[in-house]
Each structure stands twice: as structure tokens, then as C-alpha cells.
Write a protein that binds this ligand. Structure first.
Ligand code: FAD
Length: 367
């Protein structure tokens, strides 16, 4: 079977590996020579770590990542609301971990074969296969094109005429890695009325910080990667304040939070995976996790089914229920965050653990 993967992000690299593990040979194209850089850190709840293990990368991943044993939620005055024992909750799946995104990219790229740095200009997609035109003038014929080219997928734009478009969810965010100069040794979030600041160690000496704030759609142009973060977050920073002070000295990644909800993930011989299919805001920390799960399930179905269409139908049926769940839980979390602080704090203080456990329950199930 001639397979082309478009995009060497987490989804594309994981798909390349999952397919190679099942004996498929694939071509992988990427438009950006610096694709492995950026993105700061990633928190991977147990299902994401299970996916990495299923890709055959467990030992090296554990060497490069940092354990997350607790998830602690604090109010706007630094009072602890909930301390979730993540290790106990995920014990039947895998330990939660945090890692530098570029380290995860390198890990997935190992043995990934040649990444061809070029772009797709056009696709003619039919039930007979795909004819792909690249920007260097070359033409390729494939039985299956896997679009792993992110939330603004060009392949989706070329082949899914009526697909929904990504929508802004009402928050902008900043991400960066600083030296560990504060006492935070576990995943810890400080919740303000319209903003939050989250810190998590990604190694013995480094802390990954994520900061977000609610902003109306028309006002996002007031913010960018150079926005001074101390004035926006110092009031809620609590124990993260010493780390926040380093924000002006390091590379900061800025973005508007988006979501993408589609009815269908495949069309003839083109299939979407990762953010190209189901990008969600990071409230559940599931984007990279689901991207790797998609890769594993798609590879499994392609090797088990006698037709590509049968494989794509099963892939969508199995993974869409998980992605839809994540979208729903993100919406619930985002709604809860916008409650008046006294109500939200009361909920988290008395039912935070139960809310957390419920929100991840479906994702603990085997793929
Ligand atoms: C603020 C924030 C925090 C997050 N935190 C977490 C977290 O803690 N845990 C977690 O699991 N997830 C998290 N996520 C989600 C996660 O980062 C994404 O879901 C994941 O990286 C998606 O991977 P992907 O490979 O689908 O897409 P991408 O990472 O966007 O990769 C797409 C690749 O395709 C390439 N490409 C694009 N167009 C073309 C083209 N035309 N031709 C060739 N190549 C192309 C791009 O250059 C890129 O390399 C977070 C997301 C955000 C926004």
C-alpha cells in the first residue's frame, strides 16, 4: 500500500512509527525544517504515556520526561482547593509525565526514516487513490493520504469541501520554560477570575509555565508573544511568582486557543489525524495524547481490515468517541473556570477530585 503522511508533528511522526511497526512503508512530508522546535512543554496524562509505550518508546521516554504525581488546584489567593493523586488514579494505565515538546518530537522522529521537506500544492482524491502535486513540481500517486498537518490542515482544505472551520474559544495563552527557582515540585495551577497560571516541572531543574486569560474575540490583537506577563499574572502567581519573573528572559510562545469539531474524518482516500481532525483547547492536556492514539488505532485498523474504507470507518468509530469526549470535558472545564470564583472554589474544594476522575474516565479505557 502506498501511504503518504503530510506533517511531521506529533501525529505524523507517531503515525509513521505505528505504521512501520506493523510493516507498512510510508512517505512523510513536512513543510517546516524547524518543525521539531517550539511548543515549550507538554503534560501527558496516563493515556498519552500508554500510547508512547505502545509505540515502543517507553524506556527512552521515561529517561527524557518527568513524573507528575499530583495535580494541585489553588484559588486566586494561593489557597489549596484540591490535590489530585494522579499516580493513584492512573495506576492501571500509566504514570502521568511532563516533557519538553522538542524532546518528544526527537524521540518520535528517531528511526522515522527520511522526512522529505516539501509541501503539497494539490490533491486529486477519488475512491481509486490520490494524485498529489508537490511544490517542487513532482507528482506522486498514493493509495492513502494521512493528513497530520495540524489545526489549519491544508490537506483538509483541499479535500473536505464543507468541513467546519476552527473556532476561537475565548482565551489567549503564553507558554515558556524557565529554570526552577520556586518551590513548585508538582503540577500546580493558580486560578484567577478570568485568568490562570500553571506550572509543572519537566526536569529536576526546569519548570514549564502556561498562562492564559479570557479575551473577547475582537480584542485578541492587543496581545502577542512580547506582552509583559508579570503585570497580568503577578496577583495570582502565589508560589509561581519567582518563576514568572523569568518570563522576560526566555522564548515565549503565544497563541489563541481554538477548537475544531468535524462530523467526518475521512473522504475517499484521505484521512485526518491529530489536530487536523479534532483540535481542542489544552484544558484536558489531550491533543498530543489523542494524536498518538489516532496513529496507533489507524495503523492497527489498516493492518487488520481488508479494505482501506473498512479501516478508516473503524478508525473513526473508535477514536471519534474519545475526541468528542475531550471536547465535551474541555467545554465543561472552561465553563467551570468562568463561574464566579466563590462558586468555582467551593465546587473544586468539595468535589474537585470527583470532577477530575469523571473527566478522564473514558480516556482510561483501552483503545
Ligand atoms: C497552548 C497549548 C498547550 C497544549 N498542551 C498540551 C499538553 O500539555 N498535552 C497534550 O497532550 N497536548 C497539548 N496541546 C495540544 C498539542 O500540542 C497538539 O494537539 C499536538 O501538538 C497536535 O499535533 P499534530 O501533529 O496533530 O499537529 P501539529 O503539531 O500542528 O503538527 C502539524 C505539522 O504539519 C506541518 N504542516 C502543516 N501544513 C503542512 C503542509 N501543507 N505540508 C507539509 N507539512 C505541513 C506543520 O509544519 C507541523 O509540523 C496543547 C496545545 C496548545 C495550543
Amino acid at each position: 500500500m502506498r501511504i503518504l503522511i503530510v506533517g511531521a508533528g506529533i501525529a505524523g511522526l507517531a503515525a509513521r512509527r505505528a505504521l512501520a511497526n506493523r510493516g507498512f512503508s510510508v512517505s512523510l512530508v513536512e513543510r517546516n525544517r524547524n518543525a521539531g522546535e517550539g511548543g515549550a512543554g507538554l503534560f501527558l496524562p496516563g493515556n498519552g504515556v500508554r500510547a508512547i509505550s505502545d509505540l515502543g518508546l517507553r524506556d527512552e521516554f521515561f529517561r527524557k520526561s518527568h513524573a507528575v504525581n499530583s495535580q494541585r488546584f489553588y484559588d486566586e489567593r494561593g489557597r489549596l482547593l484540591t490535590d489530585v493523586d494522579a499516580t493513584a488514579y492512573w495506576k492501571d494505565v500509566a504514570q502521568c509525565r511532563a516533557i519538553r515538546r522538542s524532546d518528544l518530537w526527537q524521540l518520535l522522529a528517531v528511526d522515522a526514516g527520511e522526512i522529505e521537506y516539501r509541501q503539497i500544492v494539490d490533491i486529486v482524491n477519488s475512491d481509486q487513490g490520490c494524485r498529489v502535486l508537490f511544490n517542487d513540481g513532482k507528482i506522486g500517486d498514493f493509495d492513502l493520504v494521512i493528513a497530520a498537518d495540524g489545526i489549519n490542515s491544508a490537506v483538509r482544505g483541499m479535500t473536505f469541501a464543507k468541513a467546519a472551520r476552527p473556532e476561537y474559544v475565548g482565551n489567549v495563552c503564553w507558554r515558556f520554560i524557565v529554570p526552577s527557582t520556586c518551590q513548585i515540585d508538582e503540577w500546580s495551577v493558580m486560578l484567577g477570575a478570568d485568568r490562570s497560571l500553571l506550572g509543572k516541572p519537566i526536569s529536576e531543574t526546569e519548570l514549564y509555565l502556561y498562562a492564559d486569560i479570557s479575551v473577547d474575540a475582537g480584542a485578541t490583537d492587543k496581545f502577542n508573544h512580547a506582552t509583559p506577563l508579570l503585570p497580568l499574572f503577578e496577583e495570582i502567581a502565589g508560589p509561581l511568582l519567582p518563576a514568572l519573573r523569568h518570563s522576560s528572559e526566555v522564548t515565549v510562545h503565544y497563541g489563541e486557543l481554538m477548537r475544531l469539531r468535524l462530523d467526518d474524518w475521512y473522504q475517499d482516500q484521505v484521512v485526518l489525524i491529530g489536530d487536523a481532525a479534532h483540535a481542542a483547547p489544552p484544558s484536558m492536556a489531550q491533543g498530543a495524547c489523542l494524536a498518538m492514539e489516532d496513529a496507533l488505532v489507524l495503523a492497527e485498523e489498516l493492518s487488520a481490515k481488508s479494505s482501506i474504507e473498512g479501516a478508516l470507518t473503524s478508525y473513526q468509530a473508535r477514536q471519534k468517541v474519545r475526541a468528542d469526549w475531550v471536547h465535551k470535558q474541555c467545554a465543561i472545564r472552561d465553563k467551570m473556570r468562568r463561574l464566579p470564583p466563590a462558586v468555582r472554589n467551593g465546587l473544586l474544594r468539595f468535589a474537585g477530585g470527583a470532577i477530575y476522575r469523571r473527566s478522564y474516565s473514558l480516556l482510561k479505557r483501552p483503545l
